[in-house]
Design a protein around this ligand. Structure first.
Ligand code: HEM
Length: 354
């Protein structure tokens, strides 16, 4: 009898262990080799608090900076991986990723903040933290300090000494005029799926867009999937198809990170084709509805996909470098500014207009 009881106890204990590891697997994707959650624990113990303190004060003066930092991390990761390549300055003969059309609307204040943070961190810890990790942490804080989920991010990324060409940047960054089929193929290049697409697009719950990014829905006439009143208001902001004004991405709560972006989509008030088509396409519509009805679920899935996105093609260990200046590769680094992978894409890829 005692033996049976012991067996039962062992059985229920191991079931509990299995169950808890399944739950963990759902809240965070498997870690890429070289990244972990305690990477700077001894080398820069105050790293996260230095960043959070600085951003809290900066966002109180400029709430739009949060959106700028979130988008910066996305544009870094999608092109050549999360290696800080989007931060590098180019030259006239070798334009960097910054010069690619989708990156022209990245906020100068976001680039400047990454360098400010880097300098503060170097003062406290020496040159141990990569610009890619600073960008990842800044995006995480941008979400949390705007009202979104406060998730942990694995660290240990290193910075590239190269940046991508214009053709590569354009190939990997989806256009706002894309439909769901096009978006899914673009995300597949980075092994991201339909759940990642709907969750990550929820980043459009904060920030702004320029008329050029959605004028395809206003001219020559209203996109029939757009709410007529929403259309009328957008036409006031963008009276011609060459107006260079901006409007909020989330019409309900533009500076708060919440699930109202999905409420917008259900009311046909999404700004870009890439947003609104997710409520038309049968592969994405049920996920949009779920997030619209359940903010906690959206927060959980958003955090999951952000951690996944944050691990794309990272440089770790002894690869890459820790930059002294986030806008430039370290002096004396050998090699060309464009990566080898890029030149292959360049020779085959035609650049479409963003
Ligand atoms: C799925 C494909 C996506 C497309 C086509 C897209 C496209 C765009 C475009 C065109 C803008 C406006 C740029 C401007 O006119 O100033 C924008 C802004 C923004 N995007 Fe995306 N985006 C996508 C995914 C994402 C993801 C994955 C995130 C982050 C998780 C994100 C976060 C943002 C943020 C926060 C802004 C506002 C930036 C600011 O106010 O400075 N986007 N996006």
């Amino acid at each position: 009898m005692a033996a049976i009881k012991t067996l039962l106890l062992i059985f229920s204990f191991s079931s509990l262990l299995i169950l808890s590891s399944v739950c963990e697997a759902q809240t965070a994707p498997p870690l890429v080799k070289g990244l972990n959650y305690t990477f700077y624990k001894t080398t820069c113990p105050n790293l996260e608090s230095i960043i959070t303190k600085q951003l809290k004060s900066a966002f109180s003066k400029n709430p739009g900076l949060a959106a700028g930092l979130l988008r910066l991390h996305f544009h870094d990761c999608f092109v050549q991986g999360c290696d800080g390549s989007v931060l590098l300055d180019g030259s006239t003969s070798k334009p960097s990723e910054k010069a690619a059309l989708p990156n022209l609307t990245l906020r100068p204040a976001a680039f400047a903040m990454i360098n400010t943070l880097r300098d503060l961190i170097e003062k406290a810890c020496g040159r141990v933290v990569s610009c890619a990790d600073i960008t990842t942490l800044a995006a995480r804080d941008a979400v949390a300090l705007s009202g979104g989920p406060n998730y942990s991010v694995p660290l240990g990324r290193r910075d590239s000494a190269t940046f991508a060409t214009n053709a590569t940047a354009i190939r990997f960054l989806p256009r706002p005029q894309s439909d769901v089929t096009t978006l899914l193929s673009a995300l597949k290049l980075n092994n991201l799926d339909v759940n990642d697409l709907v969750a990550l697009s929820g980043g459009h719950t904060i920030g702004i867009g320029h008329c050029a990014a959605f004028s395809n829905r206003l001219f020559p006439s209203r996109d029939h999937t757009m709410d007529p009143t929403f259309f009328k208001n957008l036409r006031l902001t963008c009276p011609t198809n060459t107006t260079d004004n901006t409007t909020n991405l989330d019409v309900r709560t533009p500076n708060t990170f919440d699930n109202k972006y999905y409420v917008d989509l259900v009311h046909r008030q999404g700004l870009f084709t890439s947003d609104q088509d997710m409520f038309s396409d049968s592969r994405t519509k049920p996920i949009v509805k779920r997030f619209k009805n359940n903010q906690s679920l959206f927060f959980e899935k958003f955090a999951f996909s952000m951690v996944k996105m944050g691990m794309l093609k990272v440089l770790t260990g002894t690869s890459g470098q820790i930059r002294a200046n986030c806008s430039a590769k370290n002096p004396g680094t050998v090699g060309d500014a464009w990566s080898v992978v890029d030149l292959e894409v360049e020779s085959g890829g035609a650049a479409a207009a963003y």
